[in-house]
Ligand binder design. Structure first.
Ligand code: GYE
Length: 342
């Protein structure tokens, strides 16, 4: 996607410290400093909320995967820990629901709007409305494809292209550079689906004997991952598949069932690499059915509210905050699962 490349460039170029002047936060900061000290009086704080708490509107994509559920839990619990009032809206995988939620956050005059965009494109109009309202926007998890990078303050999330590269590097290593790959893609049009495909393809380009022979979306869910894998296996190319690359663990776990039902051994007859690193993937590795998971950390709550608090305190924040992640293979699974938090 051409515009996507542009966004990436803009994002990279903007990888620097930016000072943010934000009407809403400035207002809140002034009001806070005018507040009486705790315990001095019972009078309500002089701002929009009786509590005087920071108010954050968050639009979540849905609950399609274990990763997403861990992400939601991290955001909700961190808001509670820090005494932030969180207005949480679940969009059930629909961009139109996210746009509605964002508009309602503007009306409610929240201090910060944060969201994880289900797809990359189509955000400019609503983000312009937010900008006019003076409320800062934080993107978490997934990026947007917009021509004006000032439509959001920061993007906190993983490097999905790098995750795709890591998955491909594992395939190269595990197969000696020879594989017939079936690919289960994530939600069409979403940043992780686009980027995980791109990173994987970038690496296998220099390995002519690794070929993607099947590729379709399994929408990041177990059910769809299973269904699509069944059709792959039943098709004419089914018997040729030697490797499965799934853009997330949930789809790999669904596909494992399909492979077993087709009378094959997942992890042996078909080697499997997926992305996320959720607990169920470690269980599958310990059972010998999954070979490798590339970690993508969903515990974004602390970084999100660090950014929210920095904005409220008028401190500069980075335009791009990348999370740190690793790669786990079967041999490490039994030890590594002990430390897993999700
Ligand atoms: O990999 C998948 C989830 O955007 C990184 O979304 C996230 C992806 C994650 O549904 O499991």
């Amino acid at each position: 996607m051409q515009t996507h490349g542009l966004t990436r460039r803009t994002l990279l170029a903007a990888f620097c410290l930016v000072g943010v002047s934000l009407a809403a936060c400035e207002k809140k900061a002034e009001e806070k400093s005018a507040e009486p000290k705790a315990g001095a009086t019972d009078a309500p704080a002089p701002n929009d909320t009786p509590s005087g708490k920071l108010r954050v509107g968050f639009s979540q994509i849905g609950a399609e995967s274990d990763w997403r559920r861990a992400n939601t839990e991290s955001i909700k619990s961190e808001a509670q820990n820090r005494g932030v009032e969180l207005i949480f809206a679940d969009a059930q995988q629909k961009q139109e629901n996210q746009i509605k939620a964002i508009r309602s956050f503007i009306q409610q005059k929240v201090d910060v709007i944060a969201f994880s965009p289900v797809v990359e494109t189509g955000w400019e109009p609503v983000l312009k409305e937010v900008k006019e309202s003076g409320i800062p926007v934080i993107l978490t998890d997934r990026a947007v494809d917009v021509s004006d990078p000032n439509l959001f303050v920061t993007f906190i999330g993983a490097d999905f292209v790098e995750e795709g590269r890591r998955a491909a590097n594992w395939v190269v290593k595990a197969t000696g550079g020879k594989a017939m790959v079936a690919e289960l893609q994530g939600t069409p049009g979403s940043a992780p689906a686009i980027d995980r495909k791109r990173g994987f393809e970038e690496v296998i380009k220099s390995h002519p004997e690794i070929k993607i022979i099947k590729s379709q979306s399994g929408e990041f869910t177990r059910a769809k991952g299973k269904e699509v894998m069944e059709t792959f296996l039943k098709g004419g190319d089914g018997p040729r598949i030697t490797v499965l690359y799934a853009h997330n663990d949930d789809m790999a776990l669904g596909a494992i069932q399909a492979i077993e039902e087709a009378g094959k051994k997942p992890g042996v007859d078909i080697k499997i690499v997926s992305i996320d690193g959720v607990r169920a993937a470690f269980d599958a590795m310990i059972a010998g059915k999954l070979n490798c998971t590339v970690e993508c950390n969903p515990l974004l709550g602390p970084q999100l509210f660090d950014a929210v608090e920095a904005l409220a305190a008028k401190k500069p924040i980075e335009k791009r905050i990348v999370t740190k992640e690793g790669v786990f293979e079967q041999a490490q699974a039994a030890e590594a699962i002990k430390a897993r938090q999700y």
